[in-house]
Design a binder for this molecule. Sequence first.
Ligand code: FDA
Length: 583
Amino acid sequence: THTAVETEVLIVGSGPAGASAALFLSTLGVPNIMITKYRWTANTPRAHITNQRTMEIFRDVGIEAQVLADATPHHLIGDTVFCTSITGEEIGRILTWGNHPARHADHALASPSLNCDIPQTYLEPILVRNATARGTQTQFSTEYLGHTQDADGVTVRVLNRLTGTEYTIRAKYLIGADGARSAVAADLDLPYEGRMDVAGSMNITFKADLADLCRHRPSVLYWVIQPGANVGGIGAGLVRMVRPWNEWLIVWGFDLAHGVPEVTEDDALQIVRNLVGDPALDAEITGISLWGNNEQYATRLQRGRVFCAGDAVHKHPPSNGLGSNTSIQDSYNLAWKLAAVLTGQAGPSLLDTYTAERAPVAQQIVLRANKSAREFGALFEALGLDAAQSAEQMHAQIEERKDVSPAGAAKRAAVREAMELKNYEFNAHGVEMGQTYQSSAVVPDGTARPEPARDPELYYEPSTWPGARLPHAWVGDSTHKRSTHDLVPYGEFTLLTGITGEAWADAAQKAADRLGVPVRTVVIGPGRDVTDLYFDWSRLSGVDEDGAVLVRPDKHVAWRSHCLPADPEAELMSVLTVVLGRE
Ligand code: FDA
């Protein structure tokens, strides 16, 4: 029998992109179904570093505390070690993920939320649970087979893998969040740049108590330089903490040119003992899996009523920890737009801004992650390892950095310089927080994009330049302290102004009534909705007290006005008409 099930949005995949899309849509009250091929969520730890942009999104949808409860916190993740093995010699350390005191300040100033480490095996169940509790119909063991679309919707063929029965789901929109080998993206024939399977890596998960080796330098990442460490996709051998300090994951490369190796449990145990540096280590191997490193991004993320998000449109090594973060941020960009179009608040052209805004991010992060992996080459070169043929030669080269000689001094300087480069992988705060959109859902204010004062990949610089992420500042009153981000609910446009800008509130209400779109106004100042507790907002707002910053549901600036114009209602009408595609 063939019953067509109906919904507003069908999501394929329950990974970070799919499960978060379901959560965001359900939070916005949009009926949705999420199908996923397997009986449960990710079965290996995979992505883990969860950056501030993602954490403030979790804060927005009310799950930040749940995530933190299962995470290793900010201060335990960043004393990152480069060594010959965990018990062996240290080549250097770098404070990562904003744990250097100066970089910690940058992080604390940038967002109400700090980053943390939560393995995908812990994060996905939180996303799926909250999505389902809020309304998502979650269907496990259900496989996407194909789709057709017409003017009014998408008809999707799916297979119930338990019963072997096929049925169809009719939806107004379809999101393909089905990962790096996306069938939805293939069916859409999305255009890609770059290539897949650039290099091979293996993941070995194991249990062993390494607390004594980590206590004085707690980190998620311990990078190991050993013979063969420069093969594969992430730049060096890696011992990664999954749970402090008794569950671990090793990433070790292999040369794809020699085919895909067969890795036995004995091989895995040997690799674990080598990298930990304890030939008798008592370790339990819990999993072995092989994966390919990719350098590929889509230049178009949608066709008609079908959208792709996550690894389906950006495929890259885990360097910089951007995979899961970007996948969640894709869905955060898409979900409010779908909700606005489905409720008639926006015209369908708003949906075209998804590619305009997120395709440049896909390109940026794929290139950044691959560059970071390759930049490990500088460390191998600095140590003189590119010429080393054997373990003995490698050892001798590494020893040379201790020499009282010009060669020793040169090597020490070269190592310092190579380590400095790794900030672009582990402290790329600007890459994480500085994404700025240009599309028809952003109205320029005639000013030029501010020139960065510091390296824009390493440093985030707050700005209300239209398209930028809303700067965070603490506001509130004598009983509450809130972030400017907390003033802007997901699903509504919000206008931030000061006391002499109070006339904006009336103008916004009239524009909202005429368009049938909620537009909140928050007046920031003494005796008003909230006060500028530390006077940070007045410095960051980028406009005069009687100006206004119009913030989209996803906390990006849609438009700003430097002062109160003669007819604020007319200005807002024309801006919102453009942003919402209502012309
Ligand atoms: P993801 O691949 O997570 O999810 C795809 C979903 O689609 C799954 O739920 C799957 O079941 C479903 N699906 C696929 N085909 C389907 C079909 N035909 N029908 C129905 N459902 C279907 N990143 C990182 O930052 N650090 C790391 O260490 C690692 N390590 C790592 C290891 C391994 C082995 C992998 C595979 C990946 C990583 N990653 C990683 C990458 C990271 O996991 C990745 O960026 C995110 O999971 C991407 O999230 P998505 O939701 O886009 O896809």
